[in-house]
Design a binder for this molecule. Structure first.
Ligand code: PAF
Length: 283
């Protein structure tokens, strides 16, 4: 695996492979890699001739300076993990390399970005659109891979890609969970042992609610999930919305226009912000 640090090196290297007719898979990450990220690398490895992973803690998507400064940075371990996952190129640029000038672009992300994470973290999705559009433009991949834990982020990236006319396939990959059900996240390392022991309740409560959905309304399930999470030690629900899987708009139907409803939750476990989601598939 080769580490590329500049945009020039990235462009030149990938342009060469593209001209030779190779397919290019891009996996954007912010590092602190775990098995969830590695499942994206493995999928990209299966689908493409060349795999590029980026590792860049993107400052423009952090609306909370503490979150940016405490975000884990583990470059050496990340490189080892990428190498063993069969990645060809790790793109690890500096902030100055990506943003030689402040990025003042404002994307018209529309309704998919107006709710949930978009409402709670003003500017976050615009920052995601800035960095991902730069990575798409620099790499011009055949396919790009994102994890479904950030379910709304995928809808936002699809919207950005269509606005900007990027010709690529966006591949959504399933959430990878710890054996006790907790969705893998780079933030999990910040949980105390007691919080870590409590955190699997999020997925357990969501999974149980799928059973309850058979005989309950959306409003009833929303209420019971929120109450159950808030009753757990350390946990406070920031939002729990049940939404249409494409528009991200709250729905009162288990089968909204674009497929099975998806429940999206954000929970503070102590001061660690955890997100998760579940699909209410019809039995
Ligand atoms: O999901 C993430 O890790 C980030 O939001 C992404 C897509 C790598 C952009 O910085």
């Amino acid at each position: 695996m080769k580490v590329l640090r500049t945009v020039g090196e990235l462009r030149e290297t990938i342009d060469g492979h593209r001209s030779a007719g190779k397919t290019i898979g891009l996996v954007p990450t912010m590092g602190a890699l775990h098995a969830g990220h590695l499942s994206l690398m493995e999928r990209a490895r299966r689908d493409n001739d060349i795999v590029v992973a980026s590792v860049f803690v993107n400052p423009t998507q952090f609306n909370n300076p503490d979150d940016l400064s405490t975000y884990p940075r583990t470059e050496e371990a990340d490189c080892k993990a990428l190498e063993s996952a069969g990645v060809d190129y790790a793109f690890i640029p500096s902030v100055e390399e990506i943003y030689p000038e402040p990025d003042t672009r404002q994307f018209d992300l529309g309704e998919v970005a107006s709710v949930m994470e978009g409402a709670m973290r003003p500017g976050h999705f615009n920052g995601v659109a800035q960095i991902v559009s730069k990575l798409f433009e620099m790499t011009r991949p055949t396919r790009a891979y994102f994890g479904e834990k950030d379910f709304q982020q995928i809808a936002v990236i699809r919207r950005m890609a269509s606005l900007e006319g990027f010709d690529l396939e966006i591949v959504a990959c399933p959430i990878v969970r710890e054996s006790d059900g907790l969705a893998m996240s780079s933030r999990n390392v910040r949980l105390t042992p007691e919080q870590r022991a409590a955190a699997p309740a999020i997925h357990r409560i969501l999974a149980e609610s799928v059973e309850r959905a058979v005989s309950s309304t959306v409003a009833e399930v929303k209420k019971s999930v929120t109450e159950a999470i808030d009753a757990e030690p350390f946990m406070t629900t920031e939002y729990y919305e049940i939404v249409d899987p494409l528009t991200m708009q709250p729905t009162d139907s288990w089968m909204p226009p674009n497929g099975s409803a998806v429940g999206c939750v954000t929970v503070y476990c102590g001061d660690v912000r955890l997100i998760d989601n579940i699909t209410y598939t019809k039995k």
